[in-house]
Design a binder for this molecule. Structure first.
Ligand SMILES: Nc1nc2c(c(=O)[nH]1)N[C@H]1C(S)=C(S)[C@@H](COP(=O)(O)O)O[C@H]1N2
Ligand SMILES: [Mo]
Length: 360
């Protein structure tokens, strides 16, 4: 197990400037990730944005443009939703051959309770015109990108149906507190069921647009690029692929001989998780785990557990695989693409049976 070196003991830094960090293995046991342990993914330095007086512009292909302050948003009817969000690059380290990008292991996934105003309420107030096809969201961050050869701001779009879905939130509160700077203060988008790139932080603009958005983070990044050259068109990264993680025992843990309880989380953006199976050892003996739902939110990961009897001292391996209601199952080989997104392959965790070791 690796240990964090920064002042934030809950996170494992992956890159320091701009900040990018994974959830520490010891913090993966919580149904709702404590805010200091929630993974951080920043393409650019964290922008300095004023708090309550910050305004969001709502405009573009709408009947009536307006701007609204954070203070005004906080006075509207607020909704709360528990949401699991995974970075599309989570698991990139497992890609063979390696893919370019931030080298995430498997800790770029977290769950939080987000509170805010449904995006639909703001779009209805502006009156989206019939010729609008998408809604674009502007973040307050940007910088010179070597790969792009120019200055790029973080911006993303959503198809109209997802933008108008009542659960897509303009969030102001994370786990009951104002959103911290690294997670998008004072206001961000939360797009349940989609990989994290859609949930634009430091939200400053919401614009209905009449042509599909062509921005860098829409067309050149966050696309599944088969990397085969002309003729093979990249497709957009959208919903989270079905996936599971084992958090207990954690990688490298020592346990006593006897009953070994295996626990983890499973999620999918394409429908509820219907089944999780676990294998002890490298063979094809898959045992069905029990599922434990801790919330009614359809967007939060689901807990699962099962027990094995293990007497043989030494190293043992575990694997888990999840299924969703759409019939998807985790693959055994990482699904390769040039930029290393959506790596949801079955993963191995090794633990040690050690008669001399007592672990609490
Ligand atoms: N403005 C802005 N929004 C952003 C990003 C960013 O770099 N800038 N990163 C995106 C990506 S790739 C992810 S995975 C999530 C991460 O959110 P978090 O840092 O709160 O975990 O934010 C998304 N929203
Ligand atoms: Mo991401």
């Amino acid at each position: 197990m690796s240990h964090p070196s920064s002042q934030t003991p809950s996170l494992v830094p992956v890159r320091s400037a701009p900040p990018n960090a994974e959830v520490h293995p010891a913090e993966r046991v919580h149904p709702v990730t404590p805010t200091p342990a929630y993974f951080v993914r920043c393409n650019f330095p964290i922008p300095e944005i004023p708090g309550a007086e910050h305004r969001i512009q709502v405009g573009g292909a709408v009947e009536e443009e307006f701007s609204i302050s954070v203070a005004d948003l906080l006075r509207m009817e607020l909704h709360s939703l528990e949401v699991t969000t995974e970075c599309a690059g989570n698991g990139r380290l497992g890609m063979q051959p390696p893919a370019s990008g931030v080298p995430w292991d498997d800790g770029a996934v977290s769950t939080a309770v987000w509170t805010g105003v449904p995006l639909r309420t703001l779009l209805e107030r502006a009156g989206v015109r019939h010729d609008a096809v998408e809604v674009r969201f502007d973040g307050g961050d940007g910088g010179d990108l070597a790969e792009a050869g120019r200055f790029v701001s973080y911006a993303r779009s959503l198809p109209m149906a997802k933008a108008l879905h009542g659960d897509t939130l303009v969030a102001l509160i994370m786990n009951g507190e104002p959103i911290p700077p690294e997670h998008g203060a004072p206001v961000r988008l939360i797009v349940p069921g989609w990989y994290g790139m859609a949930s634009v932080k430091w939200l400053s603009g919401i614009h209905a647009i009449t042509e599909p958005f062509q921005g860098w983070f829409q067309r050149d990044r966050y696309v599944y690029d088969p990397g085969m050259g002309p003729g093979e068109e990249p497709t957009p990264v959208t919903t989270m692929r079905v996936r599971s993680i084992i958090h207990t025992p954690s990688e490298g843990a020592s346990v006593q001989p006897g009953e070994v309880e295996v626990r983890g989380w499973a999620w999918s953006g394409d429908g509820p998780v219907t089944r999780v199976e676990v294998a002890l050892g490298g063979g094809d003996d898959w045992v069905q785990a029990s599922l434990h739902r801790h919330t009614t939110s359809p967007y939060a990961w689901i807990g699962w557990s099962c027990t094995f009897h293990v007497e043989t001292p030494g190293r043992h391996i575990l694997r888990s695989r999840a299924y969703d209601s759409a019939g998807n199952v985790q693959p055994h080989q990482p699904p390769w693409n040039r930029l290393g997104y959506g790596q949801n392959a079955v993963r191995t965790v090794a633990f040690q049976v050690d008669p001399r070791q007592v672990e609490g």
